[in-house]
Design a protein around this ligand. Structure first.
Ligand code: CTP
Length: 399
């Protein structure tokens, strides 16, 4: 997908992430976009307007007036197919949410007749502050789209949420956003995907969990969204996220929370894939206080969690496609087929931990897709993205 001929106004505000914008501009231009740039005054302290005008091949604007001439914000706002505000600092976010108009960036935003996409960037505490939360909510309610922030090293030296999304994610987001109709055989369909691990709390500081990172489930959600489906992604505790605009992510922690989130979304879902590594058991009693060290041995009683896939299999209506995963270490095919039948799924994707390159955290996977009638499709070792494409092709019969 390219951005041939798309007119983008890139608005840069004052955040350290602004130093990445010449490369962002270069990639947008390379994809075929025509890019005009506006910098706030603070942004020009983090990035050189000369570098930006060189890569965009357009003059960089900063002020409503330059000397005696007036920069026409209405014209710019109407020229664009898309306004991308990246990085969007906490200050600019606050101004936009409140309709302030004290610089060219804000004036162009208020004059825009096209979609506006914001890629926020700020320190973790600012990102989690209630006023930032409130501003984001407000901006979304006005129809703006937010590219989720990343988790990682921040300018303060802290590690947390608030990093501007990676450039590749921003480019992918914009490409999908501006070209939503090409090759979308699942347009009009709704999908539900569970992904990641679940954590079952023992006390305020400890949990029982597993090594799943959610990578496979997120790849499936992204492939469904790329093909046009509207996707609910129910995601257990992991730092991985999807920024695809057609994916709505519901963050959960425990198997019980995952159960409720999946149950709520399932009735609307045409295609459901349960890729999460759900804890089968949870502690019988959760201690309100930290469990203190005592005798040499400690016994913890566990009780069974509800099986989400089996529950969905019971309430499934005709026409709904339900897919489970089976993670096996022995008697793989037999165990997987038993799971498919017991849980009333239409397909089961067998993941064997015997296979090198398959399993938690890796970028590759090797799976066998087994259908209700017993027919199977053994896929070679591929990236999780390619595996996702093959799984969706098989279960939706898209070839
Ligand atoms: N699953 C679920 N809810 C659970 C446990 C599992 O929805 N409480 C789903 C998983 O998301 C997966 C499938 O059931 O799609 C199989 O999970 P797996 O862990 O392989 O099998 P289990 O049924 O838990 O059986 P076992 O652990 O004994 O192999």
């Amino acid at each position: 997908m390219n951005l041939e001929g798309k007119k983008i106004v890139l608005c840069i505000s004052g955040s350290i992430a602004a130093y990445k914008t010449p490369e962002l501009t270069r990639q947008l231009v390379k994809s075929g976009a025509i890019v005009k740039i506006i910098c706030t005054e603070a942004a020009t302290r983090f990035v050189s307007p000369l570098a930006l005008s060189t890569v965009s091949k357009n003059e960089v604007l900063s002020n409503i007036n330059d000397g005696d001439s007036w920069n026409n914000h209405v014209e710019l706002g109407r020229w664009a197919d898309l306004i991308l505000i990246a990085p969007c600092s906490a200050n600019t976010l606050g101004k936009l949410a409140n309709g302030l108009c004290d610089n060219l960036l804000n004036a162009v935003y208020l004059s825009a007749t096209c979609p506006v996409v914001l890629a926020p960037a700020m320190d973790e505490d600012m990102w989690h502050h209630p006023s930032t939360r409130h501003n984001l909510k407000r901006l979304k309610s006005y129809g703006n789209t937010i590219i989720p922030v990343g988790h990682g090293e921040l300018a303060s030296g802290l590690v947390g949420d608030g990093r501007m999304a990676e450039l590749s994610e921003i480019i992918q987001f914009i490409q999908t956003f501006l070209d939503p109709k090409t090759g979308q055989p699942l347009k009009g369909k709704t999908a539900l995907v569970s992904a990641g691990p679940t954590f079952e709390r023992l006390d305020p500081v400890r949990f029982i969990g597993n090594f799943s990172t959610g990578k496979m489930g997120i790849a499936l959600a992204e492939e469904l969204a790329r093909l046009g489906a509207k996707v609910s992604l129910v995601l257990g505790p992991t730092h991985l996220r999807s920024v695809h605009p057609a994916i709505q992510t519901v963050l959960v922690e425990s198997a019980e929370e995952m159960y409720h989130a999946c149950d709520a979304a399932f009735a609307q879902s045409d295609i459901t894939i349960m890729a999460a590594a759900v804890a089968d058991y949870k502690p019988k009693n959760k201690s309100e206080q930290k469990i203190k060290k005592g005798d040499d041995a400690l016994e913890i009683s566990l009780i069974k969690n509800k099986d989400i896939l089996a529950h969905l299999g019971q309430v499934k209506a005709a026409g709904q496609i339900l897919v489970g995963f089976a993670l096996e270490t022995e008697n793989e095919i037999t165990n997987a087929l038993q799971k498919l039948q017991k849980k009333n799924a239409d397909f089961i994707v067998l993941n064997s931990l015997q296979d090198v390159g398959a399993g938690f955290g890796s970028d590759t996977n090797k799976v066998t897709i087994i259908a209700k009638d017993g027919s199977s499709n053994e896929l070679p070792l591929m990236s999780k993205k390619e595996t996702a494409t093959a799984i969706i092709q098989t279960i939706t019969n898209l070839h």
